[in-house]
Design a protein around this ligand. Structure first.
Ligand SMILES: [Zn+2]
Length: 254
């Protein structure tokens, strides 16, 4: 990853290229802001709920907007414009061959300023040690410091007021609050992992076809989004995880 100096000295086309890995890191940061809240009854894989709101999502959105407006400018100058909603990696791949056009464009300076500003903000957002998870703010009256315990830590001490905070209880509480969250399986797994649960996508995918002792499928979808992607309830995935972990612990003891 680059530092602010690399970003500041990058040309516009280079800045565009940096956006793909930067946005990827922002996604990780977003997931790390684990505890999340359901946003109404919206059934969309695009709606990621957030309890502890942070800037990573906003910065990623701003970067996407600038790149989209750049490509939209190019598309509108074409004979037969085609509009598609592209992701940041797709936008970067589309803009990369256009670098000569990009740098000469009347808007080049404005795009450069916008992207530079957002990329610098992004670096601030993602400058968090990856082995830490956000556990909300300190519950002590009048403290409210953000707590970032190390992954796997069960109890953390507030750096300001020295209060002990039960990280596991907080995580359970946070996950319980978002039990109703429905999303594609990979996103549910990412959310659980970001909250510190030990679960892999392969493991969860197996549950969608494996049957239990009563011949019932272990994990069922609750519906699908507009694109036909199956949606799973976070609470359901977590329940299977808890059951299988307990069984494993029992068989280890036996
Ligand atoms: Zn505190």
């Amino acid at each position: 990853m680059w530092d602010a100096r690399d970003v500041r000295s990058a040309s516009l086309p280079d800045l565009v290229r940096m956006c793909a890995p930067i946005v990827q890191q922002l996604e990780v940061t977003k997931l790390r802001q684990d505890a999340t809240t359901p946003q109404g009854e919206r059934r969309s894989s695009d709606a990621v709920p957030m309890v502890f709101r942070i800037g990573a999502a906003e910065v990623a959105d701003r970067i996407t907007e600038v790149l989209r407006s750049m490509l939209a400018a190019w598309v509108s100058e074409q004979e037969r414009p085609v509009h598609r909603m592209l992701t940041v990696p797709q936008l970067v791949a589309s803009l990369d061959p256009l670098r000569d056009w990009v740098v000469k464009h009347a808007q080049a300076e404005a795009w450069h300023d916008h992207l530079l500003e957002q990329c610098l903000k992004a670096l601030e957002q993602i400058d968090i040690p990856p082995e830490r998870v956000f556990a909300g703010s300190c519950p002590s009256a009048g403290c409210g410091v953000e707590l970032w315990p190390v992954m796997g830590e069960d109890v953390t001490v507030c750096p300001r007021c020295k209060a002990q905070v039960d990280v596991r209880a907080r995580r359970r509480e946070g996950l319980r609050r978002i039990e109703a969250y429905e999303a594609p399986l990979s996103r549910v797994v990412d959310t659980l992992r970001a909250a510190g649960e030990q679960i892999s996508y392969e493991q969860a995918r197996k549950w969608t076809s494996r049957r239990d002792a009563h011949d019932r499928v272990m994990l069922n979808a609750v519906g699908q989004d507009q694109r036909g992607t199956k949606l799973y309830r976070l609470g359901d995935v977590r329940a299977v995880l808890t059951r299988t972990t307990r069984r494993k612990a029992r068989s280890l003891r036996a």
